[in-house]
Structure formats: C-alpha cells, structure tokens
Write a protein that binds this ligand. Structure first.
Ligand code: PXL
Length: 290
C-alpha cells in the first residue's frame, strides 16, 4: 500500500468533544473536512454539551487515551501536517500535548489556548492550567488567543474597552516573544471603534487587522471555527493575512446567518448552513496593515 500523496493534508486535533452546542471537535472536524483537510481527532474528554450555560454537564475524562494513541500513531509511522490543540482539562493533558509536539517536530504546531472569554477565565481553568498553557504556547508555531486569553498569557489586567494600534502591536509582539512566530488575537475592539481580529507574522515582519461587523450576541465555538479555518487555509497555501481574512469572513457569515434566525445562542452557530461557503476557493483580501 502506498502513502497518500503529500498534497493531501492531515491534522491531529487534540480537543474535547461536546455532543451538543456546536463547539470543539463537533465543529473542527466538519470545518477542516470541508476545506479538504483530514482530521484525526484525539479527544481529551467527552461532554454532553459545552460548559457555557446548558446545565449539569455529563463528562468523561480521556486523559489516559492521549499517550497510548500517540504511541500507536508512531508505530504506524504516521505523519501530520499540523498538530492543533484547544480546550484542555488539566495540566497533565497539556503535558501530553507537549509530548505530541516533540514526537512530530516537523508538524506545524497550532495552539488555541482556550482559557476564558469576556475578561474572565473559565471555571475549569485555574492558575495551574494557565501556567502550563504558557509553556504549550512557547512550544507553538501559531497561537490564536482571544483578547481575554492574550491578557492571561501576558499577565495583563483585562481592563481596556478599546486598544490602540500601538498597544495591539505590542501585545502581538510580546506574545510572539514567548515562542510562536505567528500570533493572532481575536475579538479586539480597536480605538478606531472597529472590532477586529489582529495578527503578527514575525518572519514577514508584518502586522495585520481584519475588521468584523459587530453582532450583539456571542456564540460558543466561534473561536474553534475561526482557528480551524485558519489552519485549513494555511495548510492549503494561504498567507497569514489571507487565512485571517478567510477565517473572519466565514465566522461572520456563520454568526450573521444564526443571528438572523434568532436561535438560542447556547446552541452555537448554524454551521451546517454556512459550510458550503468554505468549499469556494475565492481570493480573500479583507485584511489591512495594522
Ligand atoms: O469552544 C471552546 C470550548 C471547548 N470545549 C468546551 C467548552 C468550550 C467553551 O465554552 O465549554 C467543553
């Protein structure tokens, strides 16, 4: 049997799977698949729903699944174009992600340091996880924190309602100094009044921002969808700014579609109706120099 041609991309996705509420692996797998990228899920936990307000969650921890799975993949001599990590339930799981990174040094290492939102750390994310997440970030090539998570990583107090261009650039540069050569911060209210996703490519020496329309509702899972489109775009040839443009447009379409139906925000975005957009490969140029 021959290996698959190298133009076909493969990602190991180390995240939880939440059955209802459209976040983590339930949105990551379809998003990357629609972009032509194979996802090999490495579930860290199985939950009945996300933890964002749907009552008593049923959860089964899968920490002891991660390293034996890594051994199996090594025995099979598999390779991955990217290792992509997200919501992690414990410091031990973060250590296992570091082992995955070490086992596949040639893979793109993408860390979505899921720790909180709206200025607050998630209930499940104590100081131990926050410290260990900083270690995982140091080993990453690309990170995609939201503004809350960026503040946690930089040990900044989340007290600014808007961010000047120079402050935005300094946060991106300081996060990059921790290790990753590409840094995105999502959901930043710029001092110009625009809501934007901002990014820095250290190798290109370039700072970018992609404005997004404000919608007065927040949905779980949009960070997972954003990072998945970003990974899919980068793996299929986009530059960082193009990938940011594609990811922002797609999340915006999914959010606006969902908002137009007025559904319960806890149910997440109506990803299924937005997915066909991802199969178009049109050029994106909705990015600006920061
Ligand atoms: O989308 C991030 C996420 C992932 N996994 C679980 C979550 C959340 C956000 O709330 O609860 C279980």
């Amino acid at each position: 049997m021959s290996a698959e041609p190298s133009c076909f991309r493969r990602v190991a996705a180390i995240h939880d799977i939440s059955g209802f509420g459209r976040c983590s692996l339930t949105v990551i797998i379809p998003t990357l698949s629609a972009m032509g990228v194979q996802v090999c899920p490495v579930p860290t936990a199985v939950l009945s729903t996300h933890t964002g307000g749907l009552g008593e969650v049923v959860m089964r921890d899968l920490t002891d699944y991660i390293l034996p799975t890594l051994s199996h993949y090594k025995a099979l001599d598999l390779s991955f174009d990217a290792i992509y990590t997200g919501f992690l339930g414990s410091e031990t799981q973060i250590g296992h992600c570091l082992e995955f990174f070490q086992a596949f040094p040639g893979s793109l290492k993408v860390v979505d340091p899921v720790m909180g939102d709206h200025g607050k750390a998630y209930r499940t994310c104590g100081q131990g996880i926050q410290d260990r997440m900083a270690e995982l970030v140091s080993a990453a090539d690309i990170i995609t924190p939201n503004l809350t998570e960026a503040c946690i990583l930089l040990k900044l107090k989340y007290d600014f309602s808007s961010v000047t261009h120079s402050h935005a650039k300094s946060m991106l540069a300081r996060l990059s100094e921790m290790g990753p050569s590409k840094v995105i911060i999502t959901g930043v209210q710029l001092a110009t009044g625009e809501m934007a996703n901002i990014g820095y490519d250290r190798e290109a020496g370039a700072y970018w921002y992609v404005p997004c329309d404000y919608v007065p509702v927040s949905y779980p899972g949009t960070g997972d969808i954003y990072a998945s489109v970003l990974v899919g775009s980068l793996l299929t040839g986009d530059s960082l700014s193009m990938a940011m443009g594609r990811a922002t447009s797609f999340v915006e379409i999914a959010i606006k579609t969902t908002f137009s139906y007025g559904t319960d925000p806890h149910y997440g975005v109506m990803l299924e109706s937005a997915l066909p957009w991802l199969t178009h490969k049109e050029i994106v140029k909705n990015f600006n120099i920061l």
